[in-house]
Design a protein around this ligand. Structure first.
Ligand code: HEC
Ligand code: HEC
Length: 331
């Protein structure tokens, strides 16, 4: 009888602890378990391989540099023939936690996204056919695709599946904030904690919540005060054709935000302090004092997690039959 009661109380306590851990609007990032290491390894090679671009110069990593928080730290990306892209490059870190991909959510998941840049004339400027032809001409890739997919012919779906599998491993657990969430009360300082309290009481968490501190919804940029920009992107309306979605963008993750400057879809906020003050003003109608924005800034920097760490992949060499890279515009 006593034992039963004890078991019952323990189960109640367990439930209580579980509830306590989830009452915070931001939850810890769970480390990813790699289930198909060969598929992930192949995806990693493809992510780093500039031969997926027409020029032979640009890889996914060019604009989503994993040594720099999975972004390029440019206002807008530089694509094929040094062309300026239309929009800021979001980080690929933790992107599997988002409800969809791209600022306007036009790709439903990572695999659907990965085909986009390869044949985007302003990015990698190849075609899916050419990219597959290049891979098919490289014996090392043929053998590796064969080992992973048990098929001789490489397809673009296999390419994007492998890239997506690799991207799913790009999570950043164990930030100081997550350590705090999991009970280590010394993991963040009094100032950082004050910043988190302010982040909650100012209602930043209304949009930046969940494990990614964002990525869960599309929201109007300039909810309270219109956002002024020369960038022509109109956001979610391009996908839904619903006027109510004009100038709504996917709420970006704030994980690793310290590393992914400059900020906003137009890259117009050069510093995190700019971004925080602008958010306060246009989303919430608030003007933060220097102390307050300093506290929020300190809190945001505790969201930097363990960065993906691995051996740089060695790419199999091209063969005599590999279509040659075309880095320059020829008359
Ligand atoms: C020339 C620069 C460039 C290259 C190369 C590039 N990207 Fe991107 N990437 C961007 C930009 C810019 C966006 C945002 C575009 C938009 O939202 O309209 C983006 C968006 C994404 C997103 C969505 C992230 C989010 O939070 O919405 C993912 C994932 C991604 N890219 C992965 C890749 C992969 C995989 C490759 C290689 C196959 C690649 N990118 C190549 C610039 C680039
Ligand atoms: C109504 C929803 C909403 C609220 C409230 C909100 N944000 Fe945002 N936040 C967004 C959206 C949407 C974006 C992206 C907008 C864009 O670039 O067009 C964004 C972008 C950001 C960025 C830039 C991230 C990046 O990678 O470009 C930061 C930093 C940020 N918010 C911090 C905050 C802070 C701090 C608060 C509270 C003071 C806050 N946000 C309140 C919706 C919101």
């Amino acid at each position: 009888m006593k034992l039963h009661r004890l078991a019952f109380c323990l189960s109640l306590m367990g439930a209580y602890i579980a509830v306590a851990a989830t009452t915070e609007p931001i939850q810890p990032i769970v480390a990813v378990r790699v289930e198909k290491p060969n598929l992930v390894e192949l995806g990693k090679k493809l992510f780093f391989d500039p031969r997926l671009s027409k020029s032979g110069v640009i890889s996914c990593n060019s604009c989503h540099n994993l040594s720099m928080g999975g972004s390029d730290n440019l206002t807008s990306s530089v694509g094929h023939l040094w062309k300026e892209g239309p929009i800021n490059s979001p980080t690929v870190l933790n992107s599997s936690l988002s409800l969809a991909q791209f600022w306007d959510g036009r790709a439903k998941d990572l695999q659907a996204q990965a085909g986009g840049p390869i044949d985007n004339p302003g990015e990698m400027a190849s075609t899916h056919r050419l990219a597959v032809e290049v891979l098919q001409s490289i014996p090392g890739y043929v053998a590796e695709f064969n080992a992973v997919f048990c098929e001789d012919r490489i397809t673009i779906d296999e390419v994007t599946l492998a890239i997506a599998a690799f991207e799913k491993t790009l999570s950043t657990p164990n930030s100081r904030f997550d350590q705090w969430l999991m009970g280590n009360k010394k993991a963040i300082s009094t100032e950082e904690l004050a910043g988190y309290a302010l982040f909650k009481s100012s209602a930043c968490v209304a949009c930046h919540d969940g494990p990614a501190a964002g990525g869960k919804s599309y929201q109007k940029m300039g909810l309270v005060t219109p956002y002024v920009t020369s960038n022509t992107a109109q956001g979610r309306v391009g996908v839904t054709h619903d006027e109510a979605d004009r100038f709504k963008f996917k709420v970006p993750t704030l994980r690793n935000v310290e590393l992914t400057y400059p900020y906003f879809h137009d890259g117009a906020a050069a510093t995190l302090k700019d971004a925080v003050n602008t958010m306060g003003r246009i989303q919430l109608g608030k003007t933060f004092s220097d102390t307050e924005s300093g506290q929020i800034l300190a809190f945001l920097k505790t969201l930097t997690g363990e960065q993906p760490s691995f051996k740089l992949p060695l790419l199999p060499p091209s063969s005599d039959n590999t279509p040659r890279p075309q880095p320059f515009a020829r008359k």
